[in-house]
Design a binder for this molecule. Sequence first.
Ligand SMILES: [Zn+2]
Length: 310
Amino acid sequence: MPTLGIDLGGTFARAAVVDGKGEILASAKVAVQDRKPQGVVETIAQAAEEAVKSSGVKVDGCGVGAAGQIHKDTGVISVAPNLGWRDVPLAAMLTKRLGFDVKVVNDLSAAAWGELHAGAGRGAHDILVVFVGSGVGSAIIADGRLVQGGGGVAGELGHIKVVPGGRLCGCGEHGCLEAYAGGHNLIAQTKELLASGGSRVLEQLTQDDPYTITPVTLETAAEAGDAKAKEIHARAAHFLAVAVANYVTVLNPSRLVLGGGVLTHCPGIKRLVLDGVQQWASRVSREGLLIADAELGDDSGIIGAALLVK
Ligand SMILES: [Zn+2]
């Protein structure tokens, strides 16, 4: 029987009815207006009911991928920064509201599971998935199983420390990889540079539209030869490259799946990451390593969440 997959973000809850092969039969999207747990449960239920209704089929389970740290056995969200939540028993609340079993996992774990079964990871058993979007996320699949760790928070590559005591990260700690290389923080660093008056190139690039600054703005300034922009860009790419290369050395995946907005839209950063893996991952860990782009785009999490219920 098909299952429901939910992608819970800070602005939208998306629901899809997914068959056993990972095909989406129907989907729906509802804006998150009330961010309190009960309000979000209602938003998810509304999206789920719309998707099920338009699919015309019955479902027998639901998986939710949510950004945050989630307890693997209880489905309690310990911390969800984009919703401002702490210790919310989302799985239990949704099970009660929807009337069938609901499993809640980290959004990157869901995305990795989707890519494993229906995307760029098909046919492999040992996969590393690294997504660099607004944050830096990753998931590990070893021997066909999702590695969750003792507390369910394994694979938090974005929060390894690259500059102990350095920039403040969204997680509340200092010096994380994400604080230097995540999309939100690339934008923040670009704005700081612009505000300091230290980049003529950035001033020119943004003079028509000073509000639309993206990681691509930074990459464009860096490639135009702006020294300060280049410093921020190169530092982010270097930290990412070293982190991913070391990750490959430690885990020896047969496939490395790369995705997320920053890696998709900033080819300069992606090239430096790929070069870094070739240069710095140990030679033996690279033997037989295939590097692939994520294939399912925004749907990887929703498909993976639905398939994880099985
Ligand atoms: Zn962090």
